[in-house]
Design a protein around this ligand. Structure first.
Ligand SMILES: NC(=O)c1ccc[n+]([C@@H]2O[C@H](COP(=O)([O-])OP(=O)(O)OC[C@H]3O[C@@H](n4cnc5c(N)ncnc54)[C@H](OP(=O)(O)O)[C@@H]3O)[C@@H](O)[C@H]2O)c1
Length: 250
């Protein structure tokens, strides 16, 4: 049986954990040569073992331009082009208005906004015409959460990149879409909620607010990313696809 991403070259930033890891696995299972990034060497090595197939890891902080260059240099050593970029590396911390520091602002915007911007811009030389870009936004792009304003602002920015880049990339027929996960079971989410019992209680509370009655799994986000990246989504461009059990729709 033919696989959907056979011999395609796919970049997954933040591919060592959670949504990125599940998506890198899914691309690999569909036959892609996958490049993942993450800042921690050990996590990168563990992810490479888990993903299997044709996966390469590049230790990189996507908020640093020199690291992004190193990623694409590594890709170029093996491939003449890229088919798909999943710009997913990101994260945030809970800080209420009144306690926001310059450092919190800078770290969150550098990772989520600057990182996404230059991950995509620097991919353009290698990205083939007709290729696909998927950006990780969040349901927070359109909804409010206490103590999460800086993160939410970054995700609104990421969502808006998609609207504008489809115009800049029009002549190259490159599609750009944003995926907006709702509450999804990942190490990053558990850390945000203080891990352990505190995280379990918060997730249970949030599950009670979600029409689907539960939080999401990274594999459910991965399936939607593969759809957006694939030819099945050939006329889908500039959208924000919510994968959130209905949370942002009510
Ligand atoms: N989980 C949710 O409920 C949820 C909901 C909406 C949106 N999202 C978004 O989904 C994306 C993935 O989150 P997740 O929940 O899967 O989190 P996660 O489990 O913490 O995974 C984050 C991944 O990104 C990497 N990463 C973080 N900062 C990076 C940087 N500056 N450079 C390179 N890699 C970096 C991490 O590795 P290192 O730490 O080793 O760098 C890790 O591989 C994020 O953009 C997040 O904002 C998550």
């Amino acid at each position: 049986m033919s696989r959907k991403f056979e011999n395609k070259v796919v970049i997954v930033t933040g591919g060592t954990s959670g949504i990125g890891l599940a998506t890198a696995k899914a691309f690999s299972q569909e036959g892609a040569a996958v490049f993942i990034t993450g800042r921690r060497r050990e996590a990168l090595d563990a992810a490479i073992r888990q993903i299997g197939g044709r996966v390469k890891g590049v230790q990189a902080d996507m908020s640093k331009l020199v690291d992004i260059d190193r990623l694409y240099d590594a890709v170029q050593q093996e491939h003449s082009h890229i088919d798909v970029v999943f710009a997913n590396a990101g994260g945030g911390e809970m800080v209420p208005l009144g306690a926001i520091t310059e450092e919190h602002y800078q770290k969150t915007f550098d990772t989520n906004v600057k990182g996404t911007l230059f991950t995509v811009q620097k991919a353009l030389l290698l990205l083939r015409d007709g290729g696909s870009i998927v950006l990780t936004s969040s349901t927070t792009s359109i909804s409010g959460t206490p103590a999460f304003s800086v993160y939410s602002a970054t995700k609104a920015a990421v969502r808006n990149f998609a609207r504008n880049w489809i115009l800049d990339l029009k002549d190259r027929h490159i599609r750009v879409n944003a995926i907006s996960p709702g509450v999804t079971e990942t190490a990053g989410l558990n850390e945000l909620f203080g891990n352990g019992e505190s995280a379990e209680n918060t997730k249970n509370y949030l599950a009670s607010l979600i029409p689907a009655g539960r939080v999401g799994q990274p594999e459910e986000i991965a399936k939607a990313v593969l759809f957006l990246a694939s030819d099945d989504a050939s006329f889908i461009n500039g959208i924000e696809l919510f994968v959130d059990g209905g949370h942002a729709q009510i």
